[in-house]
Write a protein that binds this ligand. Structure first.
Ligand SMILES: Nc1nc2c(c(=O)[nH]1)N[C@H]1C(S)=C(S)[C@@H](COP(=O)(O)OP(=O)(O)OC[C@H]3O[C@@H](n4cnc5c(N)ncnc54)[C@H](O)[C@@H]3O)O[C@H]1N2
Ligand code: MOO
Ligand SMILES: [Mg+2]
Length: 408
C-alpha cells in the first residue's frame, strides 16, 4: 500500500499553483490580510526618504562636539527648532545646533544628533556634556532600503507587518491571487441536515460542515453542494458540476469497498486519472486521489475523523500550494513529549488526535480522552495536533518523545 509520504508527494507534484497573470485580483490594502501576494513589491522610494533624527535632542556638527566632556561641556547656539514634518530652513554652521525631534529631517550642515539627556538647554544656548559617535542617532536616506530594491517577494501571505510595508510603499491596492475554489459534497443515503429529525438509520452530515470550515480557514472559497444519495446518476451529475466549477473537489464517503461506494467508478467513467485509492494510514486508509485537466479530486473517507485527518494531512498543503504560496505549504511537525501511552498496530502510519500543552516552555502531547474510533468525532473537540506513529512503531510510552503534526 502507498505510504503517506509517497501519497503526499504524488498529490503535491500534481498541483499546479494559480497563475500570476490570469488568477489575480486587486484588493484594497485593508482587505489583503491573509491573502497571497501575486506580484513582488519593488520600492519606488528610499527608506528612510531623507536623513532624519532617531532621538529627541540636538542636531550638531560632530567636529564641534567631539571633545565634549561632563567637566568641560561644549556650548552651542541653537538657531532653529525642527519638529517632525517640518522642512529645515537654516544651514548649521560651526558653533551652532538645531533643536530636533525624533523623525524630524536633519538640517544641512549637521551630521550628528546628541540625545536630550546628554545636554542642558538655556534659552538659545545648549551645553553638550558627552562626545557622541560620528553620525550618531542619524537615520540616513536609503539606510534601510534603496529605491528599486524588492520589499516583498511574490507568494507570501500578507499579515500586519507586510500590510504596513505596502502602506509605507504607497500601495493602496495590492495584487493577490484569487482564492482557490473548493467544491464540497457528502455522499450517503443515511445523511441528513442538522435541522432534520433523525429517522432510524440516519446520521447528521457533519462532514460538509467540518470540511467547509477548514477550507474557509485556509482562505479558499467554498462551493457547498450538500448531500447526494448513493445513486450513480446523481453522483455523476454532481461530480461533473463540481469539476467544472472548482479547482479542488472534496467529497466524503463512498470510497471504500462497499456495494454502495460508487465514487471511484464514476471518476473513472468521467475520464479522471486515479492516482491512488488507499494510503497506508489510520484513520484515512480509503482515500482516493484523482486528477482532471483543471481540477484535483479528493474522495475522502466518510468516517468523520478519517475525513478531517486526511483533510489536515493532504488537502491543507494542497490548498496552500494551489493558492500561490511560494513555500511553507507542507505540514509542520514538532518533536514533543507524550503525556500518554500511544498505541498502534504497527501496520499503518497511525495518527492519534489530541492537544498540546505548553509546560515550562516545552510542549507536551495529550491524547484525546474516550473512544478513539474514527467514527467518534466528539473527542476531536479542541484537537490541535496529531501524534504520528510511523509504520512498525507499536508503542510510545508515557513520557517518551513523539513527532506531532501541527494543525495550524
Ligand atoms: N471491508 C472494508 N470495509 C471498510 C474498510 C475496509 O478497508 N474494508 N475501511 C473502513 C474505513 S477505514 C473507513 S474510513 C470507511 C470509509 O468508508 P466510505 O468512505 O466508503 O464511507 P461510507 O461507507 O459512506 O461511510 C463510512 C461511515 O462514515 C459515516 N459518514 C459518511 N459520510 C458522513 C458524513 N458526511 N457525515 C458524518 N458521517 C458520515 C457513515 O455513516 C459511515 O458510518 O470504510 C470502512 N469500511
Ligand atoms: O480510516 Mo477509516 O480511516 O476510519 O476508520
Ligand atoms: Mg463505504
Amino acid at each position: 500500500m502507498l505510504s503517506v509520504r509517497d501519497a503526499e508527494a504524488t498529490i503535491l507534484n500534481s498541483i499546479q499553483p494559480l497563475d500570476n497573470q490570469r488568477d489575480i485580483e486587486f484588493v484594497d490594502l485593508l482587505m489583503a490580510n491573509n491573502r497571497i501576494l501575486a506580484t513582488p513589491i519593488i520600492s519606488a522610494l528610499d527608506f528612510p526618504h531623507w536623513d532624519n533624527s532617531a532621538m529627541d535632542g540636538f542636531a550638531v556638527r560632530y567636529a564641534d562636539v567631539q571633545q565634549a566632556r561632563a567637566e568641560k561641556p561644549i556650548i552651542l547656539e541653537v538657531v532653529e527648532e525642527i519638529p517632525a514634518g517640518y522642512k529645515p530652513q537654516i544651514t548649521i554652521k560651526p558653533g551652532q545646533a538645531a533643536r530636533i525631534f525624533t523623525g524630524a529631517v536633519m538640517p544641512a550642515g549637521a551630521d550628528t544628533v546628541i540625545m536630550q539627556e546628554k545636554t542642558h538647554r538655556q534659552e538659545n544656548r545648549v551645553s553638550i556634556f558627552a562626545a557622541p559617535q560620528p553620525q550618531e542617532f542619524v537615520r540616513h536616506k536609503g539606510d534601510f532600503y534603496k529605491a528599486g530594491s524588492e520589499l516583498l517577494p511574490a507568494g507570501i501571505s500578507l499579515t500586519a507587518s507586510e500590510i504596513a510595508i505596502l502602506a509605507a510603499a504607497q500601495r493602496d491596492q495590492v495584487s493577490v491571487f484569487r482564492r482557490p475554489r473548493v467544491a464540497i459534497f457528502s455522499s450517503g443515503n443515511e445523511l441528513v441536515m442538522p435541522e432534520e429529525p433523525l429517522q432510524p438509520g440516519q446520521i447528521v452530515d457533519s462532514n460538509q460542515f467540518a470540511l467547509a470550515t477548514l477550507v474557509r480557514e485556509l482562505g479558499a472559497e467554498v462551493l457547498l453542494l450538500g448531500i447526494v444519495k448513493d445513486d450513480p446518476a446523481a453522483l455523476k451529475e454532481i461530480i461533473e458540476y463540481a469539476i467544472a466549477n472548482s479547482d479542488i473537489v472534496l467529497s466524503s464517503g463512498g470510497v471504500s469497498v462497499g456495494d454502495y461506494d460508487y465514487i471511484d467508478k464514476i471518476l473513472e467513467s468521467l475520464g479522471a486519472k486515479i492516482h491512488f485509492r488507499a494510503v497506508q494510514m489510520r484513520p484515512g486508509k480509503p482515500l482516493t486521489f484523482a486528477t482532471f485537466p483543471n481540477t484535483v479530486y479528493f474522495g475522502l473517507p466518510g468516517n468523520p475523523v478519517a475525513a478531517l485527518v486526511t483533510c489536515w494531512r493532504f488537502v491543507q498543503p494542497t490548498i496552500k500550494k494551489l493558492a500561490g504560496l511560494a513555500k511553507g505549504w507542507e505540514g509542520k511537525s514538532l518533536k514533543v513529549r507524550s503525556r500518554d501511552e500511544l498505541i498502534s498496530n504497527g501496520k499503518m502510519e497511525t495518527y492519534i488526535w489530541g492537544k498540546l500543552h505548553l509546560v515550562n516552555g516545552v510542549y507536551q502531547f495529550q491524547k484525546a480522552q474516550g473512544d478513539d474510533s474514527s467514527g467518534n468525532l466528539i473527542n476531536l473537540a479542541q484537537t490541535d495536533a496529531l501524534a504520528v506513529l510511523p509504520v512498525g512503531k507499536t508503542l510510545v510510552s508515557a513520557g517518551e518523545e513523539v513527532f506531532v503534526f501541527l494543525l495550524s
